[in-house]
Design a protein around this ligand. Sequence first.
Ligand SMILES: [Zn+2]
Length: 683
Amino acid sequence: MTRPITSAVTLYLIAAVAASGATAQTVPALDRAQMDTTVRPGNDFYRFVNGGWLARTEIPADRSSYGSFNMADEQVQPRLRALVKDAVAGEAKAGSDQRKIADYYTAYLDQDAIDARGLTPLGPDLATIGKIRDRRALARYIGGSLRADVDVLNNGDLDTDHLFGLYLERDFAVPTQYAAVLMQGGLMLPDKSYYLDTSAAGTALLGKYRDHIRTMLTLAHVAGANGMADAVVALETKIAATHMDRTETWEPKNGTHRWARGDFVRLAPGLDWPGFFAAAGMAKVDTLIAWQPDAIAGLSALAAREPLAAWRALFTYHAIERRADVLPRTIEAESFAFFGTTLGGVSVQRPRSDRAIAATSAGLGFAMGRLYVERYFPQSEKLRAEKMVADIIAAFDRRIQTIDWMAPATKAEARHKLQTLRVSVGYPDVWPTYADLRVERSDAYGNAERVEARAFRSARARIGRPVNRAEWAMVPQQVNAVNLPAMNAMNFPAAILQPPFFDGTRPDVMNYGAMGAVIGHEISHSFDNLGATFDADGRLRNWWTPQDLAQFNAQADRLAAQFDTYRPFPDVAVNGRLTLAEDLADLAGLSAAYDAYRSSLGGAEAPTVDGWTGDQQFFLSFAEAWRSKIRDASLRGRLRTDGHAPPRYRALTVRNLDPWYAAFGVQSQDSLYLPPDLRVRIW
Ligand SMILES: [Zn+2]
């Protein structure tokens, strides 16, 4: 599947970013050439900090966006390439991680071999689909293709092109164990709104999608491609109409819809549920969480009602699209033309060798991560980052104690949650193994299938089993960070602990402004509008007094309204509700990082650097970390699906902090000025 990773939706991450590689471009911190000091900081702080860079930087042709996360990733990619190269050259023994990495990469890279095999790897799946001649066979196929490919609260993967997705999460009612969550799926476009948009542009895009489906089916020598393409679009549109939208999907209260297996027949009639669960190997699972109950009922009804030929058409197209990157190059190129170019605005595809590394790093994530940290992540960096995390947790704790509007009982719960937060820096204490994964040097398609099947087996085996809070939701070689709200845990991968976020050679105040704000962002997710609904033990429990909650919500509403005013295009504004959790985290994170930097100096002022005061260095480094450019087509897509506001607006979080006004002399006539009573202060 070559849907660009940049359109992936993330919630609890610090950002939705592309993992990609190019030549490293290092930019010194607080370089005036990257700024535009002709702009008043109070009128356009983002341009003031990044104007020179924005004017000079071109998004590479093979990317949909480019910015600070890519710059950090450019330091990671050559290292991954070196690790893979060594694994390929090393002739490691069969069954070892290194051998699996070498074989996965080699198989993926060899497009000639993939072309020579043609459509053969698809054969068994297409044959099974062809045999769907009654509703029982339909249910068996849907159950058999269930994968653990969705995740609401951690990585925020809300979408699967399978009709349903399995999400393994801490049981909100019995937090000692994992629950099986069933989620809606079945769409290939990034969001339901693409199907239901009746504007001229929306209709035109759906027409292009239809043509793309027909082309894909034709390239795969499927007979009747024209009629099938119509059937796929019509059925996906019906599926879209059943879907819960993204803002609703992110509500943790969806985790309270506990259905016994038998309830599915009663509450979501239509699909042969016993057949579905048997085929999924879940016939013994007593209870599941129906995260989007109306959608599950709607999809089940469609399974009973829609023609079997339409289902066969949909499954056939999805089977081809999902694996386009490991099928013959004509199919792969057509997939990129639609998902990369038409949807993402990217004209040139990244080199296959880069994609082979990305695919290997995704398929064997922790095996690669282990090699990465062994070679590139010294213990000293881990300790330094852990110290920074401890400083910011302490700053956050002090903030909780001094909030004037919060009742003592609520404060005690908040502090307990903070004290029991489990923070992991760099990499997991225990490495997952890939002993049960077979990787073959001549079977790129099969390797991808087996990676997904393994993840599903692993998730399924843990349903109802004890939770492991030490488990990581992100791999160490990823430039990102994540809060796991139900686990009351956080992961800071090794790869984000480098410039422009963290640099051991520059003054600490700059690290507090950039990496410190990222750390504070993740900590504060435990207390944002979603995180605050979980207690320290991962129970979905309201630990706020009604007055406190009303105060919190009133402030949150004001922040949402603030972001609603940002308009990247004349016809589209940021959806402040969609991005609220992230905007709250940015605000609280920046505030805590500021306090931590101040207290690290024990009342002294930081030395000036190149004429910048300590406070100026702090805020400049923060806005510099949000340096980013994005193609219009991609930005329009993200505004619909991404839980994060565009970086240029995240940098404007500073408007809510009093010290920013003092640091840059921002006055009431400046366009970013907010009167003190309109500045949002929560933590
Ligand atoms: Zn976040």
